[in-house]
Design a protein around this ligand. Structure first.
Ligand code: T3D
Length: 261
């Protein structure tokens, strides 16, 4: 597929989406929001894509909303409508897409770029990466799901401090806070993220998708509701070819050949 503001390719079971406006630190204009959403939908539909890598070209992951485009919209434009029609759809698509999404955070993730990074299921960061809630520097509040994701991931006080100071949080601190799963040397990030995604793509991806659904929906449930929902989803996983293959492989003392079905 050919896009203007992102790159998209599927290889070895992995769809890789690269935000590609490096001269603007991959700031999101409307075209990039639309193309990212389109690529996520394509990856969701494509049986050849069993996991996804989301990364940025150049020295940034994304600097968030393109502020020149924001200014061009002028005071007549509704920010709420822009969020609803843009970032909300991207974030919802990421969270409901039942394939693992690895955020390969290659540089700064600021503003809505941080929100998109947080919507990934796991984050592997370059040692040069950082996270910044740039919103308050321009008199805005965090958006794009940041107020929902970040306190859940790192706790309220750290999240609130990040929001009001707009300080950059280094990759090392992000690791200490549980904001990223792993920090790797910058030059090795593409290769390591691809290897992690390939490994996921070879796994029981139906179960991985159902696990995502159980955990995401579980946030809003009581324990009793979550236990019941787990049982329902386990019934689905238990009827899969991957479940039969996993058990047969264990008993036959051989590696499983999962197909995601
Ligand atoms: O509309 C809605 O729906 C509301 C939604 C809002 C969501 C948001 O994301 S609000 C927050 C928006 N983002 C920001 O406020 C961050 C702005 N950028 C920065 O603060 C800095 O660029 C960074 C801290 C991210 C990086 O700093 P530095 O010194 O490494 O790079 P730089 O020199 O500032 O940027 C390099 C170029 O990218 C530069 O362009 P130039 O001068 O070389 O032509 C710069 O203008 C451009 N750039 C960086 N970020 C943005 C941007 N251009 C437009 N929009 C940006 N967000």
């Amino acid at each position: 597929m050919t896009y203007e503001t992102i790159l998209y390719e599927v290889a070895d079971g992995v769809a890789t989406i690269t935000l590609n406006r490096p001269s603007k630190l991959n700031a999101f204009n409307d075209a990039m929001i639309g193309e990212t959403l389109d690529a996520l939908k394509a990856a969701a539909r494509d049986d050849a894509a069993r996991s996804i890598v989301l990364t940025g070209a150049g020295r940034a992951f994304s600097s968030g909303q393109d502020l020149a485009a924001f200014q061009e919209r002028g005071e007549g434009g509704s920010i709420a409508e822009h969020l609803r029609h843009g970032y909300h759809r991207v974030v919802r698509q990421m969270v409901t897409l039942e394939k693992p999404i690895v955020g390969a955070i290659n540089g700064i993730a600021a503003g809505a770029g941080c929100g998109v990074a947080l919507a990934a299921d796991m984050r592997i960061a370059a040692d040069s990466a950082s996270f910044m809630l740039a919103f308050s520097r321009i008199g805005l509040i965090p958006d794009s799901g940041v107020n929902w994701f970040l306190p859940r991931i790192i706790g309220y006080s750290r999240a609130y401090e990040m929001a009001v100071t707009a300080d950059r949080v280094s990759a090392a601190t992000a690791l200490e806070w549980g904001l990223v799963n792993r920090v790797v040397p910058a030059e090795q990030l593409p290769e390591i993220a691809a290897a992690v995604a390939r490994q996921l793509a070879e796994g029981p991806t139906l179960a991985f998708g159902l696990t995502k659904r159980a955990m995401q929906r579980g946030w809003g449930m009581s324990l009793d509701e979550a236990l019941e929902y787990e049982a329902y989803l386990q019934e689905v996983a238990g009827r899969s070819a991957d479940n039969r293959e996993g058990i047969a492989a264990f008993l036959e003392k051989r590696p499983p050949n999962f197909t995601g079905r």
